[in-house]
Write a protein that binds this ligand. Structure first.
Ligand SMILES: Nc1ncnc2c1ncn2[C@@H]1O[C@H](COP(=O)(O)OP(=O)(O)OP(=O)(O)O)[C@@H](O)[C@H]1O
Length: 341
């Protein structure tokens, strides 16, 4: 659906050239939810804006739905853009227009007659769950509702692709979840390809199939979300994965345990998929002469599976502990000895 070949974007500023995007090759398949994560300044916004030519690449080719965007004439590009919707962090709504009028705006530009426009707006209002709010102005809506208007407007011309530029970054966690659910719903119902950029790993975890990690204008790591979660290679990726698996409080309480000088071993188990749903600890206690003390644990749902980490303290004879660790490893659970005390 989307093919980027050796895309570069250089901004020529008075302080010299800025290589915002530096040689990116990327393929995004139809129907996928593809997340691009990176810290501020990594080049995410510049990259996503090149997918609809809001920003023109300095070099390289952007192909969306079979069309090479940089080769199109202005009228052709306008037409091609109707197949690419976009939503923004700060919604970019027209404040003097009602919800209905905001959603109708791209249809007016596309020359859709009034009656058809009104029917389509009604459909979209219902799709995004804003029934009864068509006559409200943006200032009368909550952040989540505003983003729903943004989504409805982006979908008005039946695009094949939806670009989301930090679409949930201005929202609280609960509203973020409801917007993410809406994006999944739309992806499934309409088969829409969704590309989102974010600096929050939980957004990737919740809804993406694929993830690319961006740093200094380059993609440093990429793959299916579960694979990247399980085996992050680059330091940057490891930091992002830790946002989910090892939040600050986990490390603090672990530190607390280790400082107490407990006997035995502290082990980190990493579960994936079905393994996250098995009663492994029960089996461990039944099979081996070890005491198992759970220090910290967390299981998170990804779009397709479960992913979790558990820190346990094993106490007993060294041989029994070694056998227990070997047993865990044989059960397709990754096992890392954090500290042998
Ligand atoms: N119009 C511009 N002119 C000059 N430099 C720019 C321009 N737009 C972006 N940049 C620079 O390009 C780099 C990448 O910026 P970009 O906004 O794409 O990053 P980002 O990952 O989206 O970060 P953020 O989330 O903070 O927007 C930064 O160094 C930024 O200062």
């Amino acid at each position: 659906m989307i093919n980027l070949s050796d895309i570069q974007k250089i901004f020529f500023t008075k302080d010299g050239p800025v290589h915002a995007v530096d040689g990116i090759n990327l393929q995004i398949n139809e129907g996928e939810i593809f997340g691009i994560i990176g810290y501020s300044g990594a080049g995410k916004s510049t990259l996503i804006r090149m997918l609809n030519m809001l920003e023109r690449p300095t070099s390289g080719e952007v192909v969306v739905a079979g069309k090479s965007l940089s080769k199109l004439s202005k009228p052709q590009l306008r037409k091609a853009r109707q197949e690419i919707g976009m939503i923004f962090q700060h919604f970019n709504l027209l404040w003097s227009r009602t919800v209905h009028e905001n959603i109708a705006f791209p249809l007016e530009i596309a020359g859709v007659p009034k009656k058809k426009r009104d029917e389509r707006v009604k459909e979209l209002i219902s799709l995004v769950g804003l029934e009864g709010r068509g006559g409200s102005y943006p200032s009368q809506l909550s952040g989540g509702q505003k983003q729903r208007v943004g989504i409805a407007r982006a979908l008005a011309n039946n695009p094949k692709v939806l670009l989301c530029d930090e679409a949930t970054s201005a929202l609280d966690p609960k509203t973020t979840d409801s917007i993410l659910e809406l994006l999944v719903d739309i992806n499934q119902k309409l088969g829409l390809t969704v590309i989102l950029i974010t600096h929050e790993m939980h957004v990737i975890r919740k809804i993406c199939h694929q993830v690319a990690v961006m740093e200094a204008g380059k993609i440093v790591e990429q793959g299916p979300v579960l694979d990247v979660f399980r085996k992050p290679v680059q330091e940057m990726t490891k930091e992002f994965v830790k946002q989910i698996t090892e939040p600050e409080e986990t490390l603090e309480s672990l530190e607390h345990w280790l400082q107490q000088g407990i006997e035995g071993e502290v082990v980190k188990l990493t579960f994936l998929g079905k393994a996250a749903e098995r009663p492994l600890i029960t089996e461990l206690v039944r099979k081996f002469q070890v005491e198992v003390n759970i220090l910290q644990g967390k299981i998170s749902k990804t779009r397709e599976s479960s992913y979790g980490s558990l820190f346990i303290h094993l106490k007993g004879d060294k041989e029994e502990i070694d056998s227990a660790v070997a047993f865990i490893q044989g059960e397709q659970v990754e096992c890392e000895v954090i500290e042998r005390v």
